[in-house]
Ligand binder design. Structure first.
Ligand SMILES: [Zn+2]
Ligand SMILES: [Zn+2]
Length: 131
């Protein structure tokens, strides 16, 4: 029985993250999941998110001084972070392999990962500023 409940909660959490296009944080996910599974606790939401991250189903976007947000977009992509509202927008653009370039230039370092982040304005903020 406990197993079945776990599966249901897990599915509900994953559904919410997958349907959201706004890279939600745990608090927002909790609000949405409660509409489907009213008895779920915030602690369960956190644990479920951790498990989904460990399985590679969702990607955590950790940002200094802010709550971690979650991304269920399986296509490799980059992010534009809106300077005004903090919205995270998916950018599916092809970029040169900076990791390979850095590894080739610095063979005596171990370079594990690279992160490219774009900064600017989301569509909403851009419209607000220009209208
Ligand atoms: Zn914005
Ligand atoms: Zn994304």
């Amino acid at each position: 029985m406990a197993m079945k409940r776990l599966t249901r909660q897990r599915k509900a959490v994953l559904d919410v993250v997958q349907k959201a296009r706004n890279h939600p944080d745990a608090a927002w996910i909790y609000q949405e999941v409660r509409k489907v599974v009213p008895s779920i606790s915030l602690g369960t939401v956190y644990r479920t998110l951790e498990a989904l991250v460990a399985e590679g189903q969702i990607i955590p976007l950790a940002r200094a001084g802010e709550a971690t947000r979650y991304d269920a977009n399986p296509v490799p992509h980059h992010h534009l972070i809106c300077e005004r509202c903090g919205e995270i927008v998916d950018l599916e653009v092809e970029l040169p392999d900076v990791l390979e370039a850095a590894r080739a230039a610095y063979p005596n370092l171990t370079i594990r990962s690279a992160k490219i982040e774009f900064h600017g304005l989301c569509e909403n903020c851009r419209d607000t500023l220009t209208s």
